[in-house]
Design a protein around this ligand. Structure first.
Ligand code: PMV
Length: 360
């Protein structure tokens, strides 16, 4: 598939008005995407667990305009309130995708969106938000072009979501999703994510992710700035190679269910992501003292109990605590007894592996 394959031929149907509603989850990368080329093409392949509880629900009402306009006509409500400051981001997204969804210029859209996770939790909503919006757009396109097949719809939703926010490409399907060309992963693509196509041991089918909210404030450096700092980064080439190597290694781990090796790759990926930030120019640190406290507690607990609990981080201070279903009681008790104290206002979110975006 190339970009051109996502440009639709003339629509066969006309529709005056309607409404679609979709819900898309967030995802947590095990092998991290960090660094990108033009048009949101990733500098290295990544793989993630799709989440379940952390999700965005978006409704798109559409009304055909008398005639197509030059810009885009839309209004936006976020959690029941008009949200002017989100509009430029949507406008940029629409500009990026207009050639793939030309009907955007033919309608006025009312976008209503809300997140399941609390306001300013430090959890980025761009993955679930862009995935939900992209999914809605493909649902509308299906009405204009009823011949569009299901597999293609999913691919196109991921393709469009990627143009909104790279990691959003991985929020359309579940539960283990891979994005970015890798020479040992058949059908892998830089343009959209795919369901991980190889054997996955049952231990990975119902993993838990408890997200510890260490710092709920706005990040000091955004992900887009961070990605850009990978250009001319002294360790960039080695990092991109490491991600490719880790993806190859993790194939065997997924097949065999080797949790010790899984932990090694996942924690190393998390720390490498932050190491890249600390060695960028300008350098910066997104972890907080409590992030490190939690990591050390997890290491001590693992050493003392032999548990398979581990952590990963996204581009922020919050900690994702990952553990298999068989350990849910003991790890949850550990979280409550020893980790919640490091969370801002004692807040955390219990999440687990999920199955991707759906219409409602
Ligand atoms: O999708 P973006 O541009 O917000 O980048 C996200 C990057 C990480 O979350 C740090 C890693 C990843 O692969 O999701």
């Amino acid at each position: 598939m190339t970009e051109i394959d996502f440009v639709p031929s003339a629509y066969t149907q006309t529709i005056a008005t309607g409404k679609v509603t979709c819900k898309a989850p967030s995802n947590i990368a095990l092998i991290k995407y960090w660094g990108k080329k033009k048009n949101q093409i990733p500098a290295n392949p990544s793989i993630s667990f799709t989440l379940d509880a952390c999700a965005t629900t978006t409704s798109l009402s559409y009304n055909k305009l008398e005639q197509p306009i030059n810009g885009f006509s839309f209004d936006l409500m976020f959690e029941g309130k008009s949200k002017e400051d989100f509009k430029p981001k949507i406008e940029t997204f629409f500009q990026r995708i207009i050639q793939y969804v030309p009907f955007l210029k033919e309608y006025h859209f009312s976008i209503e969106t809300s997140n399941s996770f609390p306001h300013s939790s430090g959890i980025a909503s761009s993955a679930s938000g862009m995935a939900a919006l992209a999914f809605c757009l493909v649902e509308i396109e299906k009405l204009l072009n009823p011949d569009m097949g299901n597999d293609f719809m999913i691919q196109k939703a991921s393709f469009l979501a990627r143009l909104g926010s790279g990691s959003a490409a991985r929020s359309i399907e579940g539960s283990l999703v891979q994005w970015g060309i890798h020479n040992k992963i058949e059908n892998s693509s830089d343009l959209y994510a795919i369901k991980y196509p190889y054997k996955v041991h049952s231990v990975f089918t119902n993993y838990h992710d408890t997200i510890l909210l260490v710092d709920k404030g706005q990040k000091t450096v955004s992900s887009s700035v961070g990605h850009n700092l990978m250009h001319n980064h002294p360790f960039a080439e080695n990092r991109f190679k490491q991600a490719n190597d880790n993806l190859e290694k993790i194939k065997k781990i997924f097949a065999e269910g080797d949790l010790k090796k899984f932990i090694e790759i996942v924690e190393s990926e998390a720390l490498t992501l932050h190491a890249m930030m600390m060695t960028s120019l300008p350098y910066y640190i997104l972890m907080k003292p409590n992030t490190l406290q939690i990591i050390n507690e997890i290491w001590s607990f693992r050493a003392a109990t032999g548990s398979n609990v581990c952590f990963t981080l996204d581009a922020g201070a919050n900690v994702h605590v990952l553990y298999p279903e068989s350990e849910k009681e003991i790890v949850y008790q550990f979280i409550k007894d020893q980790l919640v104290v490091f969370c801002e206002n004692g807040q955390y979110i219990c999440d687990r592996i999920g199955f991707g975006a759906k219409n409602k």
